[in-house]
Design a protein around this ligand. Structure first.
Ligand SMILES: [Zn+2]
Length: 259
């Protein structure tokens, strides 16, 4: 006999998912069987990790090399005052165990680099880009393209954020189709120098988590080929269509199904 998918006493916590026609028992089982990689345990990673754990994603791997500092707590709600100076992946693991002890969390205390990117992406059903810098974004994108792993990507700055799903193996562009070159230093300011409104990563990160849950459960219409943009200062949102570039240096050779 094979072991049951859900542990004793686990299923009732997912009752509100199971009640949804688009998720139901089969969708919840798909979430439980899923492995998701989250790169970054900061502003975007916080809501992504917390909602994915609460949703019952079976295995979550989180990669980050930073430690919790006081200026993080304005927006990185997975961390807390009593975990200052702790590695973010360790702090995140404590928070996630508190939300849902039935989720297996792998904490990788490392910076994503050319030496580990392929290894952390291997075997994942989905990857989530919750990083805050372009070199890491491009590294993760290239590893996901090579492994044909879909990549939910979010970005924030000041009062604005954006979300999309990169998936060249299934007709959507990759990051490099949209943003081919890494800007020279100084052209893409990070949150430390530009500032960021505290609730913004909560909004964008929750949208990323929703996209991941939809994709894993097989619900609704994904953001493949669509980039959503939110400007919370002016209360405006818009969507643009995005396309693969045939000559993309990263995904040009990938044969993909149509979106
Ligand atoms: Zn591409």
């Amino acid at each position: 006999m094979t072991a049951p998918l859900f542990a004793e006493g686990e299923l009732p916590r997912y009752a509100r998912h199971i009640a949804l026609r688009e998720i139901g028992g089969p969708g919840q089982a798909r979430l439980k069987r899923a492995s998701v990689l989250v790169v970054g345990a900061g502003g975007l990673g916080a809501p992504v990790l917390m909602y994915l754990a609460a949703a019952g994603v079976g295995r979550i791997a989180v990669v980050d090399d930073d430690s919790v500092s006081l200026s993080n707590l304005q927006r990185q709600v997975i961390h807390s005052q009593d975990r200052l100076d702790m590695p973010k992946v360790a702090s995140a693991r404590i928070a996630l165990a508190g939300i849902n002890p039935f989720v297996s969390v792998t904490a990788v205390e490392a910076r994503l680099d050319a030496g580990n990117a392929a290894e952390v992406v291997a075997g994942q059903d989905l990857a989530i880009d919750a990083t805050d810098n372009l070199p890491a974004r491009h590294l993760l994108n290239a590893a996901c393209v090579a492994a044909r792993v879909p990549l939910v990507s979010g970005a924030i700055s000041q009062w604005e954020g954006q979300v999309t799903l990169y998936d060249p193996a299934r007709g959507a562009p990759c990051l490099a189709c949209l943003f081919p070159a890494i800007p020279a230093g100084g052209l893409a300011p990070d949150c430390a120098s530009a500032g960021v409104m505290g609730a913004l990563p909560g909004i964008i990160g929750a949208m990323m988590a929703a996209e991941a849950i939809k994709l894993l459960a097989g619900a609704g219409r994904s953001l493949r080929g669509r980039l959503l943009m939110q400007d919370v200062l002016w209360g405006e949102s818009r969507e643009i269509a995005v396309h693969r570039q045939k000559d993309c240096p990263v995904c040009g050779a990938i044969k993909g199904e149509d979106a």
